[in-house]
Design a protein around this ligand. Structure first.
Ligand code: X2X
Length: 383
């Protein structure tokens, strides 16, 4: 069993959470029955109004659509929203939900995080804007898409850099992750310590199997909005087009794009096998999800709230990694069963193509020698 799984089995330590009590809640606690309930509700309304005022102050007047405001009237003292781009069945959503449940439970309902999965609040680009304006409190995003705002963040996604998770997780939980999180913080966002798993990315196609680097020539491939993705697939001589994940299924269905690339778990959960025929195990890049918060909103929360929220999100991120590692084998079987024609390829040939196209030289230059050395300290020499 991987160490992550063991740590989680033991369960996160309980911290002593003391809900903040106002005079109104104390009075309500002393009364009985309906009267107490009414007082609780009134108190909830007061705190919601307070929270709303805080939000407006933090976010400014143009904070985003009114529909995203806190509207739930119940006893929570902190009603917060979290969002992601993965289907309800994806382990990212499942384990974020577990974290929200654990936080609600440990705080006796005072901290209520409502999850909006599956691009319900818009595509990644929209959700990133909402997070930055303060309209959305928590959001998971690929380091490479985040690089549109924080260029240093995409360093974990350099092509063919990682040979195993034994190198990857210690780097992301250690100094490489700390380097990236420091840059994220400078941009006004906050990143939780533990990055969540998306996986190693594989290439799918509806038109032809990609078996060797030359098969990418002119291939109309959807890539997420990110300079590194576009750069990588240009280096493969493909024709990359930037599309948010929210529109990927329909882009493939209508054949606007011939193919896309994503980890097996997401290909299965988003049912991309319905609109793709071939899957090539190109394994070209590792990708994760940083759980982000708006820096001002995060710093504005009381310390005891922050401690409980961070503890459960970090613990569930580690549990989600372990769960995905356990499913890896069966997912491939399932996808074969769904009719995908799965092929192994010589990944070395693909890496050589990136090398000869100048991909590594370009990105080493962009990240700088120090950051590159930090990456290679964990991966070994990349190019
Ligand atoms: O957009 C994608 O392909 C996804 C879901 O993998 C990311 O979030 C980068």
């Amino acid at each position: 069993m991987p160490p992550e799984a063991r740590a989680t089995d033991a369960g996160p330590e309980k911290t002593c959470f003391k809900p903040r009590r106002t005079r109104a809640t104390e009075d309500a606690g002393n009364r009985k029955g309906l009267a107490a309930k009414r007082a609780d509700q009134e108190d909830a309304m007061t705190t919601l109004t307070r929270r709303r005022a805080l939000h407006l102050a933090v976010a400014g007047a143009v904070a985003g659509p009114a529909v995203l405001r806190i509207t739930k009237a119940h006893a929570a003292e902190f009603s917060l929203k979290a969002a992601n781009n993965t289907p309800v069945s994806h382990p990212l959503t499942v384990y974020m939900t577990k974290a929200a449940d654990a936080i609600r439970e440990e705080t006796g309902g005072k901290v209520d995080i409502k999850l909006f999965p599956n691009n319900q609040l818009g595509g990644d680009t929209d959700m990133l804007s909402q997070l930055r304006s303060g309209a959305l409190e928590f959001f998971t995003l690929s380091p490479l898409i985040l690089a549109t705002l924080v260029p240093a963040a995409s360093i974990s996604g350099v092509g063919f850099a990682w040979s195993s998770y034994d190198k990857l997780w210690p780097a992301m939980d250690g100094d490489l992750g700390a380097h990236v999180r420091a840059q994220i913080e400078k941009s006004g966002l906050f990143a939780f310590d533990r990055i969540w798993e998306n996986g190693f990315r594989q290439t799918t196609s509806s038109s032809r199997p990609i078996l060797k680097p030359e098969d990418f020539k002119g291939f109309k491939i959807r890539v997420p909005p990110s300079p590194m993705w576009t750069s990588m697939f240009k280096a493969f001589d493909a024709a990359p087009m930037t599309i948010n994940f929210a529109e990927v299924y329909s882009a493939l269905q209508t054949r606007i794009a011939e193919g896309q690339e994503n980890p097996l778990t997401l290909i299965e959960n988003a049912k991309l096998y319905e609109v793709q025929k071939y899957l090539s195990k190109t394994n070209h890049m590792w990708d994760g999800f940083w759980l982000l918060s708006n820096g001002k909103v995060w710093r504005g929360l009381p310390q005891d709230v922050k401690t409980v929220v961070a503890k459960h999100f970090n613990a569930q991120a580690v549990a989600q990694r372990a769960d995905m590692a356990q499913r890896a084998g069966t997912t491939e079987q399932d996808l074969r069963g769904r009719g995908l024609d799965i092929r192994d390829v010589d990944t070395k040939a693909f890496q050589a193509k990136l090398q000869s196209a100048g991909f590594y030289k370009e990105w080493k230059g962009k990240f700088g020698d120090d950051a590159w050395a930090l990456l290679e300290k964990h991966t070994g020499p990349i190019s």
